[in-house]
Design a protein around this ligand. Structure first.
Ligand code: DLL
Length: 429
């Protein structure tokens, strides 16, 4: 089968392929990975008990803490001489997590992204600027290999030096931009400030590595005059390309020939019925160096099983709304940064904000600092106070609790060149 035909394989055949690959992956991981073998032994499960996808939920979960416990290479299923690449992710707490790839893993990774690029029409003649960081982060190298595979000309910019990024886009005639959605907005803002926005030749952008809403997509598409596509992934499972949008921009197709997705209740671990929102769990089917079995991503989202208009038969995931470990508990109420973002964007603000939580006496102090923009800027104290009150009330109806809103002048909140930092939780410092 041609690598690009796999996206249109009938679901029955796909399920058969997944079952064969799952049984083989479980057997291989049991033989080669001590942590996995111990977990199977603890519950008396033998590799032969896993015959196909219907047995998936019998398998034990794996967690980010496993990567820390077996740091750096203890979960690898290949000897180091077969591991040709490592990446690592810092996370906000504790030790780095390290992942590894064989040559075949790298090819599969590039192919996952190339399939997306083919589908949205990227190929020879396109010039792709990769403004994800290169290095231990998976963003830069992951996007790079996919773009080269379809014959695009790659400009490996990495992140940082925003003015040079814009100049390069103009001088090289860049048609495709890869970066985080928050950085895309920052690039648009800077291009506007430099008075060169009309010189950009961008046609499409592929953005990911952090949650972003539909409203933010609209903003990016308008500001840069492009089609903006979503790409999802995580270092532990692959990097970017575990799931990618198609032309329909209606959910990201999971590369189901390589990964099986489940949605579980994050508290009980129970698999939830189709269409439910819960924690996303991945099992890799083809990865050699670092296979993952039922890996708990902590990302909260739902899966779409209805066929997609694009003809791809692989299921889709909706945009993750956040991570269960991003969830703030403020005065006993669960608050996701994405809910706050939604309120701000609906009220005409941009996604430039910060959430600052502190503990004062016995209660949580909750401030949302929001930038005014050129459309709604005011320097009248009375008007600012009216706008703040309006936001307090919209946030209260979304969250059920009162926040203090502080409007700040345009461009006063620090921009990020990679993943945006939205939350400052001083209770944890
Ligand atoms: O962020 C891989 C990546 C690079 C994906 C470039 C897309 C583009 P990590 O640094 O390990 O890997 O972070 C993974 O980022 O568990 C999600 O919480 C979040 N994330 C990634 N893509 C999206 C997305 C890379 N499209 C973590 N929407 C994941 C929402 C995303 N969240």
């Amino acid at each position: 089968m041609n690598n690009y035909d796999i996206d249109h394989i009938p679901r029955e055949e796909l399920k058969k392929l997944q079952s064969e690959r799952l049984a083989a992956q479980v057997k291989r991981s049991y033989e080669r990975v001590e942590c996995f073998r111990n977990r199977m032994d603890e519950i008396g499960l033998k590799p032969d008990d896993i015959k196909g996808v219907e047995d998936l939920s019998k398998l034990p979960f794996s967690y980010k803490s496993d990567l820390r416990d077996y740091y750096p290479f203890g979960l690898f299923a290949e000897p180091m001489e077969n591991v040709v690449r490592t990446h690592a992710s810092s996370g906000t707490t504790g030790k780095r997590i390290v992942v590894g790839y064989t040559k075949r893993d790298l090819d599969m990774w590039a192919e996952c992204i190339a399939r997306m690029l083919k589908e949205i029409g990227v190929g020879k003649g396109d010039i792709a600027q990769i403004s994800f960081g290169y290095g231990l982060f998976t963003g830069g190298f992951g996007a790079h290999a996919g773009a080269e595979m379809v014959g695009a000309t790659v400009v490996p910019m990495s992140s940082g030096n925003t003015k040079l990024q814009i100049q390069t886009m103009i001088d090289f005639g860049v048609t495709l931009l890869f970066c985080t959605p928050s950085y895309a907005l920052y690039l648009a803002e800077e291009a506007e400030k430099m008075g060169v926005k009309d010189k950009l030749k961008l046609k499409y952008g592929i953005f990911g590595a952090e949650p972003w809403t539909e409203k933010m997509r609209k903003d990016i598409e308008k500001e840069l005059s492009i089609k903006a596509y979503d790409i999802y992934g995580l270092s532990e499972v692959l990097g970017p390309g575990v799931a990618c949008e198609c032309k329909e921009q209606a959910g990201m197709h999971i590369r189901e020939d390589n990964f099986i997705a489940e949605i579980i209740d994050p508290d009980t671990g129970e698999v939830l019925p189709e269409g439910s929102t819960g924690e996303l769990v991945f099992t890799s089917l083809t990865k050699e160096a670092f296979p993952v079995i039922r890996y708990r991503t902590r990302d909260i989202c739902s899966l779409i099983y209805e066929p997609c208009k694009c003809g791809c038969t692989h299921i889709r995931m909706n945009k993750p709304t956040g991570r269960s470990d991003d969830m703030l508990i403020i005065r006993g109420v669960n608050v996701f940064p994405s809910q706050i973002e939604e309120v701000l964007l609906t009220n005409g603000y941009k996604a430039n904000y910060q959430i600052i939580v502190d503990r004062v006496g016995n209660t949580d102090d909750f401030e949302v600092r929001v930038e005014m923009n050129s459309d709604n800027f005011s320097d009248s104290l009375g008007e600012i106070s009216r706008m703040e009150k309006e936001l307090v009330s919209s946030l209260k109806s979304m969250l059920g609790i009162q926040a203090r809103v502080r409007l700040v002048t345009p461009k006063s909140i620090v921009r990020s060149e990679g993943k945006a930092v939205r939350v400052i939780d001083k209770r944890k410092l």
